[in-house]
Design a protein around this ligand. Structure first.
Ligand SMILES: Cc1ncc(COP(=O)(O)O)c(C=O)c1O
Length: 396
């Protein structure tokens, strides 16, 4: 490949911080984790931040804290990484998908409101809403929070792809009852593997600290376990790396915004390409990936294959969760139920994107993309119109 798909932005400061930890005897449960958590809470404006081993682990613990259990329903979007819905299955509850807005690809708040009303009328045990700030774009949180408040539902923000993003001037993550971040190496900032939860709730903070540490409470001895817990701890090396990455967050997000702008300028006039939209409420975008939309699935497959042949990687983003093989097998989901997410899933294409990407590399990608588009079959156009009716096809 002549350009990588993504690349972590690691400077000498991160290397030095990790090396420093290696000079100490404390590789887990130590001062670096506390420092990382303090910095994250300050960045997001939350009372608490709790480091954990992954974004998925963070989501799992939030389901437990929200009291989601056997047979309960949680509303979320099908247009996300599979972990956003898997966490609901971990607690034996059931995801109810709500289609996304065609512009922003975040959960459609009108459909969401109608689905809540419908489920309430049916007397179904609805517990929580799990919006996803997809690709670094904020979901429309005010109507979601208002709806949750009126119906007594918890709100867990999946902000794994959106550290530093702002919704109407407020950082995402701390807007709901809890929010989660992921720090896998393709993310804006990384800890290797790792994740975190932020919350303003003191009780949830204590619960998360116990759950991530095998169910030990603060006052428990090492081999005393107050509740069923997990080993979801974040080690000191990861925390030290994360603390420096957090310190550099503004710099990293600015570099990513610059790369996104280079793409915008080069692709704005390319008729076959729809550029990513930034919602009016996303006052600060935290560019995670750079995802364009093409006209059809046929066009996209041709483009991916031809780009690959010329040394430029590109990925289809996202195949919707309800159409993942085991979701179809387990719940009977089928194509056609969430038309916007499905059309996006068939036509969205992530181009190489990382903070150290150089303007010449963006040039190369855009030039190659224009070349391969000339010969690409247009296929049957998939437009992203909001579905006229409520996603009534969702099996409940
Ligand atoms: C939206 C979303 N949620 C959850 C996750 C899970 O995070 P992790 O890979 O750290 O478990 C990811 C990571 O890719 C993600 O993009």
């Amino acid at each position: 490949m002549i350009v990588p798909m993504s690349e972590a932005d690691i400077s000498g400061a991160e290397r030095a911080a990790v090396d420093e930890v290696l000079q100490t005897p404390t590789l887990s449960i130590g001062p670096r984790l506390a420092a990382f958590e303090e910095r994250l809470a300050a960045t997001v404006g939350s009372r608490h931040a709790i480091g954990v081993s992954s974004g998925t682990a963070a989501l799992h613990l939030c389901m437990i804290a929200a009291g989601v259990g056997e047979g309960d329903l949680v509303l979320t979007t099908p247009f996300s990484f599979v972990a956003s819905a898997n966490c609901i299955l971990y607690v034996h509850a059931r995801p109810v998908f709500v289609d996304v807005d065609p512009e922003t690809l975040t959960i459609d708040v009108r459909h969401l409101a109608r689905t809540v009303q419908l489920l309430e009328r049916m007397g179904r045990p609805l517990r929580a809403i799990l919006p996803v700030h997809v690709f670094g774009q904020a979901a429309d949180m005010d109507p979601i929070l208002d709806l949750a408040h009126r119906h007594g539902l918890a709100v867990i923000e999946d902000a794994c792809e959106a550290i530093g993003a702002e919704y109407k001037g407020r950082p995402v993550g701390a807007l709901g009852d809890a929010g989660v971040f992921g720090f896998y190496p393709n993310k804006q900032i990384t800890t290797g593997e790792g994740g975190a939860i932020v919350t303003n709730d003191d009780g949830w903070d204590a619960l998360f600290r116990s759950l991530r540490n095998q169910g030990r409470d603060v006052f428990d001895g090492w081999l005393t376990h107050t509740r069923l817990g997990y080993n979801y701890r974040l080690d000191e090396l990861s925390a030290a790396l994360g603390a420096v990455q957090l310190q550099r967050l503004d710099e990293i997000l600015a570099k990513r915004a610059r790369v996104a702008e280079w793409y915008r300028v080069r692709l704005a006039e390319v008729a076959e390409v729809t550029l990513p939209a930034v919602a009016c409420w996303t006052t600060r975008m935290s560019w995670f990936v750079h995802v364009i939309r093409l006209a059809s699935a046929e066009q996209r497959s041709h483009v991916i294959a031809e780009l690959e042949r010329r040394g430029v990687p590109a990925r289809p983003y996202f195949p919707p969760i309800h159409l993942q093989p085991f979701y179809q097998a387990r719940f009977g989901f089928r194509p056609g139920q969430f038309p916007v997410a499905e059309a996006a899933g068939e036509t969205c294409l992530a181009l190489p994107f990382f903070s150290a990407m150089r303007e010449e590399q963006v040039d190369t990608v855009c030039r190659t993309l224009r070349e391969v588009l000339v010969k690409a079959p247009r296929g049957a156009t998939r437009t992203l119109h909001a579905s006229a009716s409520l996603s009534e096809a969702a099996p409940l």
